[in-house]
Design a protein around this ligand. Sequence first.
Ligand code: GLN
Length: 491
Amino acid sequence: MTKLTHLTIKAALEGLKKKEFTASELVGAHIAASESARHLNCYITETFDSARAQAKEADARYAAGKALPLDGIPIAMKDLFCTEGVQTTAASNILRGFVPPYESTVSGKMKADGLISMGKANLDEFAMGSSNTTSAFGNVINPWKRKGDNRDLVPGGSSGGSAAAVAARIAMGATGTDTGGSIRQPAAFCGIAGIKPTYGRCSRFGVVAFASSLDQPGSFARTVEDNALLLRSMAGYDPKDSTSVNVPVPDYAAACGGSIKGLRVGVPKEYRVEGTNAEILALWDKGVEMLKDAGAEIVEVSLPHTKYALETYYVIAPAECSSNLARYDGVRFGQRSAGENLIETYENTRAEGFGREVKRRILIGTYVLSAGYYDAYYNQARRVRKLIWQDFIDAYQKCDVLLTPTAPTPAFAIGENTQDPVTMYLNDIFTIPASMAGMPGMGVPVGLSADGLPLGLQLIGKPFEEETLFKAGHALELAAKFDALPQLLAA
Ligand code: GLN
């Protein structure tokens, strides 16, 4: 039998139902795997004891024939979701020791469906980054390595701990949040699948805010269908989040396996940007062929404002972050570095509590929002954002879904891309436009680079039509047959 840690969520649920193994065994196997993979630094806080206790409860429900929909499945919870009674840090020193008195809507829904959190997954500080190297709790290591090169690689970011945990088989799935690519890019770097649903699909209540008009929870798993199971649990209207949208949540798993005959797949010409790795461009062509062979109709489309997306994002996201992070003042949450007076306490707390990248974003954000520049930068960026959104709406006249690369390069070594922040920001060139427009995006692992690293492709869909993404993503997955294992596990 396949090792318990290598099962898909779907197969594990079948095994549990047939009593081939217990939830305690399943969770136990993942705890053992986590303990031997501690060097990856996937978790900021491990919650193994409560996971064991929850597994026992799941076993009792299975025995009584009253199992919950996803009962007993071990997952990793990005440490940006507030979890009642469990430290929630956003990977920042400023929140070290913060124990929320309440649960985020998404993590609460998942718990109610029987999912078991193994721990709070590491991330870039406040989800700002593309490599999980800005965490105050240390770097996360990607379980993949280049052939013949022993250097540690980044897992991508910001949801690096979540993605690495799923790739390393220490969790069967994970939550992430995606503001500009933080689910799709780490999924690509770690050779797994992930989805950022439409903005408004999952509640942001209880998720530590970075840029509120962009932040969206989503999932990671090793297959498209496993993501469908997780997203169904996470999604849904929440009156506690004013941007949550009241539309029914379909059975996403039912969309997996459907025919894509006649599906119109758009290939945006503007995504052929200079600097993209040649292997990724070749993989993109291959992906187009795969979908065509499965019955899709391929159409070339244009998203002319793509070239402004990154710049616009780096005005809007820092602006919103500077406002959201103003609440960390040393009075209400986490760290306090007392000074002579209140102002000095604010200054000391924020100087010591925030890392370099977070400070950079706050500075940019306060600058673009300052009285003299508000119109020139912030308002102008909002106008361009509207044009980016309009590009997608126009393209969807001609196609149902878009196929693009996910990231311009495979995973890089720690320190390789950190000389200047702009090189790092370029990582999200293909993921940011969909974020700016609020469109759903899915990352699917499709191939390996010549030096043995996973490469992924991105599908972007119409608002609230995640089912089309699941259908197309599943077809791509079937054709790609990606079954390579990270060196950590192959060895
Ligand atoms: N890498 C991007 C940033 O640093 C996106 C991060 C995210 O999606 N949370 O802003």
